[in-house]
Write a protein that binds this ligand. Structure first.
Ligand code: FMN
Length: 356
């Protein structure tokens, strides 16, 4: 057989398979593959007939109404066929998905596919599907850092509440990666006497969310007699957003409670500043690391009205450790965030003299 015949035959197979993912019968699908096939999507490997059918079935679940894959270009030699195509579908999350793909199919001499390398905008793909409904079949790969400059990360890391993706699992390794970045933050004498309680157990998350809800009630019912009157009008949008998080805290994939050693009510300003300064820089670095990877959080302190209850739930020795807050961690729905209005802060700059 001439090379051109081989590449034409392989091209036919590649296009049939590409169009047929999610549509062909399992038997038909497998008939095009070598039993030794390896299908690589980003960093995830799917091996053998089981791997192929796994991908085939995930496509059926992810695109309940089917998917269109118009081909943009094809390049073929006698071993490989590269198909550049679009993938358009309404996903199982109700999202209109429209992503660019490149698949490279490699063939054995019998004309069976022995390898597939698949490339797409995987961050976008992973926000478009309801992964839990698919059964967690989507591989747990850490997303590549977003292409954001340092200034963009510093100016577009907001309190995220209504754009937390409750359906997309967050891997433990990703949270730990962000924490490792946060550990580089300054802390008093480099003692690192902080603790990080990471909660992904649904029961514990539900209990912590209840404590948070009660904390908000405590806050609303607090004795305000010693407080200065509010000088700013209440912000309707923010309170709607706060309410949303209160109602949904238990749905956030990971809840984090950082702690710092010792208790320091009634101590000197030096001691207090040194203690808070030994945990809060790391907490903020953690937020920035999350943002850089397409995740988000909201700084919250309301549960501290019930700090002791949370300590008991999480096994934190309350007499020896102070909790710094409660931080919900999830992928964000979309990654476009804008700088907040901090214009009032301009008037707070005082050179050589305090300007309050
Ligand atoms: C010390 C501190 C405590 C906060 N406590 C809460 C909280 O308990 N619940 C909440 O929803 N947001 C809380 N926030 C988030 C703020 O409301 C938010 O950062 C602020 O409105 C500015 O919004 P931005 O961060 O999106 O620019 C807190 C923020 C800080 C710094």
């Amino acid at each position: 057989m001439e090379d051109t015949d081989v590449s034409a035959r392989n091209t036919r197979v590649a296009l049939t398979v590409n169009k047929g993912i999610g549509y062909l019968t399992d038997e038909e699908m497998l008939s095009y593959f070598s039993p030794k096939v390896v299908w690589q999507i980003g960093h995830s490997r799917y091996e053998g007939p089981e791997g192929v059918l796994g991908i085939h079935h995930v496509a059926q679940l992810a695109y309940p109404g089917g998917a269109q894959r118009p081909v943009r270009s094809v390049l073929a030699d006698d071993v490989r066929v590269m198909v550049q195509h679009v993938n358009k579908a309404r996903t199982n999350k109700g999202v209109d998905y429209d992503n660019e793909y490149v698949k490279i199919f490699e063939f054995d001499t019998e004309g069976k596919i022995v390898a597939v390398w698949e490339y797409m905008d995987s961050l976008y793909a992973s926000t478009a599907f309801n992964v839990l409904e698919i059964g967690g079949a989507t591989p747990d790969t850490a997303p590549a850092p977003l292409p954001l400059s340092v200034d963009e990360v510093l100016t577009t890391t907001p309190a995220v509440r209504q754009r937390l993706d409750f359906d997309r699992p967050v891997s433990r390794s990703l949270v730990e990666e962000c924490l490792r970045l946060a550990f580089q933050a300054p802390n008093g004498s480099n003692v690192q006497d902080w603790g990080w309680v990471l909660v992904d157990d649904p029961d514990v998350r539900a209990k912590l969310a209840d404590i948070y809800r009660k904390g908000l009630q405590d806050h609303l019912n607090r004795d305000r007699s010693g407080e200065a009157p509010d000088t700013l009008p209440s912000d309707e949008r923010m309170s709607k957003s706060v309410q949303y998080l209160v109602a949904n805290m238990q749905r956030v994939p990971v809840l984090i409670v950082p702690t710092v050693a010792r208790r320091y009510g009634g101590t000197t300003t030096f001691q207090q500043a040194s203690r808070w300064g030994s945990i809060l820089p790391a907490v903020w670095s953690f937020h920035l690391a999350l943002r850089s990877r397409g995740l988000g959080s909201a700084w919250t302190t309301l549960h501290l009205y019930r700090e002791e209850e949370a300590a008991e739930l999480l096994g934190i020795p309350h007499d020896e450790q102070t909790q710094a807050g409660l931080f919900p961690v999830a992928y964000t729905l979309g990654t476009d965030f804008h700088a907040a209005d901090r214009s009032r802060s301009e008037q707070r700059i005082g050179w050589n003299c305090w300007n309050g």
